[in-house]
Design a protein around this ligand. Sequence first.
Ligand code: HEM
Length: 421
Amino acid sequence: MNKTSVASSEHDLRDAYAVALDDIDVSNPELYRNDTWRPYFKRLREEDPVHFCKDSMFGPYWSITKFADIMRVDTSPEIFSSEAKFGGITIMDDNKAVSLPMFIAMDPPKHDEQRLAVSPIVAPENLAKLEGLIRDRTAGVLDSLPLNETFDWVRNVSINLTTQMLATLFDFPWEDRAKLTRWSDVATTIPGAGVIESEEERMSELQECAAYMTRLWNDRVNAEPRNDLISMMAHSQATRNQTPEEFLGNMLLLIVGGNDTTRNSMTGGVVALNEFPNEYRKLCGNPNLVGSMVPEIIRWQTPLAHMRRTALTDTEIGGKSIRKGDKVIMWYVSGNRDPEAIENPDAFIIDRARPRHHLSFGFGIHRCVGNRLAELQLRIIWEELLKRWPNPMQIEVVGAPTRVLSPFVKGYESLPVRINV
Ligand code: HEM
């Protein structure tokens, strides 16, 4: 097969234990839309933790499903490459946007130099400066929500807040900020899933992003350095002279990196608390637990289901021989449910002893640049929510969520919610 279009995939949702082990394909996007991925990964972790899938809509690939093995791959960039030219960091080789050169899809030394260019945005003193602004904007959004009637949490809260945050980080024209969300969706979606129909359509729409960002860049490159991502890149030696592909790639990395992920954690928290009402009661009894609940939301949700690497040499992992050039998928979504690393991993528990012991941000040299910023945004939203609606189940999920059709972005299209006062 090897065609990245939903129409061409066969949605084989036979029970995870009825299918032959060799035929398990955890890249099937339907598993994520239908939320049926758990038993497949459980079986792989137990019976074949380093598993080869010979045929999928994304071609052949290895699955790494256990926490410890994922850490080994993620911390061995000299063996497992992120380079765009070998296939980059997702299973979707055909996606022309995520295959662009960008620093998440580079190996050292270039990766390290470009990463340094944007790191000041998340330095503790900058986060401290941002906190007040994030709190004001969060309060504004929450105060405008309808009460005692059903609305879509994804659109009204999660998308709204993450879009505002992105516009702030880029110092992007406020009235146009919805474009950032659209470009993010266009960059990561699978053609045919409702956003765009083809790779051509994807790249033609993203040319608008390139042109818009170039205008902002040109204004800032000749101005005094400022505290936004575009200015930081324009004034850093490592990122000042990028090829047009690299420029678009890095812009998309920063747009996508801070968008879908935080957005889906904002929704995931509401879903989790409703699925685990005892935890909701615990939280309302002790709002200080927000601090440990936030990383638990990020683990439980795992907003990016996987990262991909390509083997640079023949190697071995979990007793399996991986050949040079093989595609290796680190399934964070599975490592985060590995009982050998995390006790009672399917449960959402807001007062875990080591809540940051999870894989959602990756490990090693590519570990998420924005992790503290994401936690800050989530902490603030939950503090502000609990101030306004302090009682258990006041934020009530009143219908089933619709989930994203993707083996990469693990999240929600919509979530019907009612705030009961
Ligand atoms: C809950 C929210 C988030 C999650 C789950 C998440 C997840 C990830 C993951 C899994 C990686 C790759 C790690 C690896 O390969 O080892 C990553 C890298 C990255 N993330 Fe995030 N992210 C989040 C929020 C953010 C935010 C808010 C930003 C924006 C500032 C951001 C920007 C980036 C960038 C630029 C990289 C590339 C780092 C590198 O290659 O050195 N992320 N993120």
